[in-house]
Design a protein around this ligand. Structure first.
Ligand code: ADP
Ligand code: MG
Length: 484
């Protein structure tokens, strides 16, 4: 009788026959047989990393089991063991000190170029430029890993591109432009790529930088006359992750500098990944040459998760948080909260808090209803109470920044579409978030008539309910207000 592992190559052949070559290579070429146990009911396979495990489980579970059953008919359960050598997180654990993290990078640098030309321009060390994170700081948040990223229909393409980039950085897709509405996993996914690349190449110089940060760093560098250092800092990066690139809108000189940074990294085959709240072609106030660069690699979007995906995401998180929720409760969260993943997390956090603060009491359906009702209520982003003038300014500033306009534009009389939309949006915020009266708002806009304001506020209210894109925009601006 042949040994159990002898059948494994046949299973692989079977899988290979039923999949595209690329998919087989990506997901099954490194899957190995470990053992069978439980009297042949369970088969244990080894996979290179937990991302593969998750992906295979979410995507190929049934197909894999079918193929296995052709040669191992008793198997009812497939278990994966993750290859520890590859999986072990390197330099990303919070417990490592910055000094520890920096060691390999320094060694690598000196090996590569004994003169270390980079160092003489390294303003973050020489001039004590606190506005540029030190060489060894990559800004990656340890919680955003692939392990915790649930792959569902709506983000599958993005996850595949991420995987391809990790396997061949700078080779196939460069840049990657990832866009979606808020709370759908852009930041999580690009940071997960960062973590994985760092695991694979501990000496990589990886930087995660929100575009807003890049903009302010650039402004400081200009003011301090440290442009050479700034340029060199950015041009020696191996993997550049720029989050929320839309914030470069209207910033011409930053765009100029970013254009050059971008070109020089791409020419050196360094990987760039950008995220945005919209497709490159919809970026207002961004130079055409930059937009065409953004479009020159691959553009991927993450759409909203459907019900099934929301359930999958919830279940994954519930398991990690060890929350005692029933399937029906999970369903009702997924049905009510249909906008984004951040919202789903918000509900789970509330559930968690409720359980923690009422120990010994079972978490009931009524408890959940309470949480869901308050979660779907519109939530004023901030309070006017203390300082109305500051609040109006803040809204003005955020909306202008979002649309890439100047304050003078919206206060002026132009009826250009973007300008008048921005103006109406500001009025809407003033009305509904600050509760100002129509005449008061009119006065803030150079004594416009209160009926104009009323019309504007009503129009945006209607759009908020009927136009997905507009709702998304307004939600983003709200997030900016909260953060500001
Ligand atoms: P975005 O950058 O698109 O606004 P984030 O990456 O900040 O969204 O995601 C919002 C929250 O939802 C984060 O806490 C993130 O961990 C979580 N999240 C988003 N997508 C997923 C996913 N597919 N699996 C698990 N968690 C996710
Ligand atoms: Mg984000």
């Amino acid at each position: 009788m042949p040994a159990t592992e002898d059948y494994w190559p046949l299973v692989l052949e079977n899988i290979r026959g039923s999949l595209k070559d690329s998919a087989y290579k990506a997901w099954f070429s490194r899957v190995e047989f470990v053992k069978t146990s439980n009297h042949g009911r369970k088969i244990v396979l080894s996979v290179p990393n937990s991302f593969s495990k998750k992906y295979i489980e979410s995507k190929y579970k049934q197909g894999l089991l079918d193929s296995i059953n052709k040669y191992y008919p008793q198997v009812i359960h497939v278990d994966f063991s993750v290859d520890q050598a590859e999986e072990e997180p390197v330099y990303t654990q919070q417990t490592l000190t910055p000094q520890e993290i920096s060691k390999p990078q320094r060694q690598e640098k000196t090996q590569k170029s004994p003169k270390d030309t980079f160092k003489s321009f390294d303003v973050s060390q020489d001039v004590g430029a606190s506005y540029l994170p030190k060489k060894n700081i990559n800004n990656l948040n340890p919680k955003y890993t692939f392990e915790k990223f649930v792959v569902t229909d709506n983000n599958e393409f993005a996850a595949n591109v991420a995987k391809a980039v990790i396997d061949q950085p700078g080779q196939i897709y460069n840049p990657v432009f990832l866009h979606s509405g808020v709370g759908l996993g852009k930041t999580h996914l690009i940071q997960a790529i960062g973590h994985k690349m760092l695991e694979n190449n501990p000496s990589y110089n990886i930087k995660y930088i929100p575009m807003e940060t890049f903009v302010s760093q650039f402004q400081i560098a200009v003011r301090k006359g440290e442009m050479q250092g700034f340029k060199n800092y950015y041009r020696t990066i191996d993997l550049l992750l720029i989050d929320d690139v839309q914030f470069i809108s209207g910033k011409e000189s930053t765009q100029n500098e970013f254009f050059h940074t971008f070109n020089s990294l791409i020419q050196a085959n360094k990987q760039i990944i950008l995220t945005s709240d919209r497709h490159p072609s919809e970026l207002n106030g961004v130079a055409d040459r930059l937009i065409s660069r953004f479009n020159s690699g691959v553009t991927v979007d993450i759409s909203k998760p459907d019900l099934e995906s929301r359930v999958a995401i919830l279940n994954d998180k519930i398991e990690r948080m060890q929350l005692p929720l029933s399937d029906t409760q999970v369903q009702s969260i997924a049905i009510k909260m249909d906008t984004n993943v951040r919202e789903l997390e918000g509900v789970l956090n509330k559930v968690c808090a409720k359980i923690k603060f009422t120990p010994g009491k079972n978490f009931s359906d009524e408890d959940l209803d309470g949480i869901l009702t308050s979660a779907v209520k519109p939530n004023p982003a901030f309070s006017l109470a203390k300082n109305p003038a500051a609040a109006t300014e803040r809204i003005m500033h955020a909306v202008c920044r979002y649309f890439g306009l100047d304050k003078a534009d919206v206060l002026g009389v132009s009826r250009q579409r973007d300008i008048s939309t921005a103006r109406q949006v500001i009025m809407w915020f003033y009305k509904y978030d600050l509760d100002l009266s129509y005449p008061a708002i009119g006065r803030l806009f150079g004594n416009r008539d209160h009926t104009t304001v009323m019309h504007a506020a009503n129009k945006i209210s209607k759009l908020y309910k009927t136009d997905e894109k507009m709702k998304e925009k307004l939600d983003i601006i709200r997030t900016m207000l909260v953060k500001a």
